[in-house]
Design a binder for this molecule. Structure first.
Ligand SMILES: Nc1ncnc2c1ncn2[C@@H]1O[C@H](COP(=O)(O)OP(=O)(O)O)[C@@H](O)[C@H]1O
Ligand SMILES: [Mg+2]
Length: 277
């Protein structure tokens, strides 16, 4: 169980997340929807501690992960893998190595950087790639793959962390509809087969309704809707998107503007590790 208790996040005087409380049972597939600026990314990033709450608690299996430091924090970040809109692969490295980087938090960095992955880890990486139907790309440079394939590599890398929770921040916003479908099916598949909690920000209501058991609607940093796909009536959608935002809610052509809004761009795990040394 993941419990978000009265969480608020301020940036200066601006309140991006305003006293949000949620309980997410293990194994749920949750879609978070809302207009750009509603606070979706901030909420997800606080769960994984890329951003710290200003107030409130985030409890996972009883531990307040908002207060973790050092090794305990790294363990939590391993337990909740994050998938980004822009994939965050290392484009010059081959697919297999990118997937193996998901093991970084399980092992010594020096070994990882020297490419000393064990036979077991390599087998695990191949299995993850097979699972996502992209094993044939294993030796290609990640940057040469299509967006949909790259996002599947990112999911395979996330699986290498053996996570309990998978967080995905608009994983399909940069993809064409066909690839978007494949990626959403992959997320649903790991949710169903592995019993992993999947929490994904989605720009459009249709995708959330189609793939998620539970939909959380945000507006102005608050949760304004929380229910199943069938509860998401037009009235509820208006509350989430506002009357003038309804056309965005249904348009697959609209992509997230999070990258251009000046929010910090996530860096690749490899860069993060190098920076931390
Ligand atoms: N690092 C930051 N500094 C200042 N303001 C931020 C920062 N991150 C997010 N915000 C602001 O918080 C609000 C919510 O942002 P965000 O969580 O990215 O929304 P969404 O993902 O729903 O588009 C926006 O108004 C955004 O500009
Ligand atoms: Mg966002």
């Amino acid at each position: 169980m993941l419990k978000i208790e009265n969480v608020t996040r301020r940036f200066g005087k601006f309140t991006a997340i305003d006293d949000v409380s949620l309980e997410i049972p293990q194994g749920q597939m949750v879609g978070i929807i809302g207009r750009s600026g509603a606070g979706k990314s901030t909420l997800l990033r606080m769960i994984n501690r890329l951003v710290d709450p200003s107030e409130g608690a985030i409890l996972f299996e009883g531990t307040n992960v908002a207060q973790l430091k050092g090794a305990a924090l790294r363990n939590w970040q391993r337990d909740c893998a994050m998938i980004f809109q822009q994939f965050n692969l290392v484009p010059r490295l081959d697919v297999l190595t990118n997937v193996l980087l998901g093991r970084l938090n399980h092992r010594s960095t020096i070994k990882s950087l020297l490419g000393m992955f064990s036979r077991e880890e390599r087998a695990m990486a191949i299995a993850a790639l097979e699972r996502l139907d992209i094993a044939k790309t294993a030796l290609q440079r990640a940057g040469t793959l299509s967006g949909g394939q790259q996002q599947r590599v990112a999911i395979a890398r996330a699986l290498m962390q053996n996570p309990k929770v998978v967080l995905a921040d608009e994983p399909i916003a940069s993809l064409d509809p066909r690839n978007a479908q494949v990626v959403m099916e992959s997320l649903r598949d790991i949710n169903e087969r592995e019993g992993l909690t999947v929490i994904t920000n989605l720009h459009t209501l249709d995708t959330a309704r189609h793939f998620c058991q539970r939909i959380i609607g945000m507006q102005g940093g608050k949760v304004v809707f929380d229910g199943g796909p069938d509860d998401l009536t037009e009235l509820a959608a208006r509350r989430i998107y506002g009357a003038d935002g309804m056309k965005d809610a249904f348009s697959e052509a609209i992509t997230s503007t999070s990258i251009s809004r000046g929010t910090p761009k996530p860096i690749s795990e490899l860069e993060a590790v190098l920076a931390a040394r």
